[in-house]
Design a protein around this ligand. Structure first.
Ligand code: ZN
Length: 215
């Protein structure tokens, strides 16, 4: 699911999703929700300030933050779909095609600086998805990392797939750009299998081999 321009060739930008309302001094998303624009350093700095030193407990807190964030996003998307009605498109029906939902979810996040996603849903029938993320905000600001750092993103992907599949999914980052990889890669699926993925990662199984085992 690579990010693509619209059918008219227009590549969506931050301005397509965040609109200034000068009279009230706010920024709002197209559906009216308030938004804030912050420098990229804000998130890792906030993480460092709130959670240093990074322990298992704080990693889980970041993961849960992402998980709940994605659930709220999916609730909004579902509401938007319901409000749109059928209208001759694939809007108005739920569950929708997973690719359609994830594309619609991530477009504003991509346009506002959260990175570019490619989601492999070829194993979704077995409950698995693989996510490749380029330009992670967290990884870009994690110098000297010795472990994958994108716990917030892992939570986002777990939350989104959990909502879509209506069953709890977990996510494990098994390759991280903070450790020098060209992109971050995540496995999303049932908890016991994701525990297994994490054990493979800790045993230093190569990311491509982990991906092959999940296929
Ligand atoms: Zn990462």
């Amino acid at each position: 699911m690579p990010f693509r321009p619209n059918s008219d060739g227009h590549r969506q930008t931050r301005e397509d999703f965040i609109h200034p309302h000068l009279a009230e001094g706010t920024l709002r998303l197209p559906d009216g929700q308030r938004a804030a624009v912050l420098p990229a350093i804000f998130l890792p700095q906030l993480t460092a300030d709130l959670f240093a030193p990074l322990t298992d407990h704080t990693r889980h807190a970041l993961y849960k933050f992402g998980y709940e964030w994605a659930l709220q996003d999916m609730v909004r998307i579902r509401r938007q779909v319901a409000d749109a009605g059928d209208g001759g498109t694939n809007l108005g029906r739920w569950p929708l095609d997973a690719k359609f939902v994830l594309d619609r979810w991530w477009q504003p996040l991509h346009a506002t600086g959260w990175g570019a996603l490619t989601v492999d849903l070829s194993s979704l029938a077995r409950g698995f998805a693989c996510v490749e993320l380029h330009h992670s905000v967290v990884a870009a600001h994690s110098p000297g990392a010795t472990q994958p750092t994108c716990h917030l993103y892992a939570g986002l992907f777990a939350g989104a797939l959990s909502f879509f599949e209506r069953v709890e999914r977990h996510a494990i980052e098994f390759q991280c750009a903070a450790l020098g990889a060209p992109a971050c890669r995540f496995a999303v699926g049932p908890g016991p299998q994701m525990d297994e993925v994490e054990s493979w990662r800790q045993q230093r199984v190569a990311p491509d081999e982990i991906r092959r085992r999940l296929a």
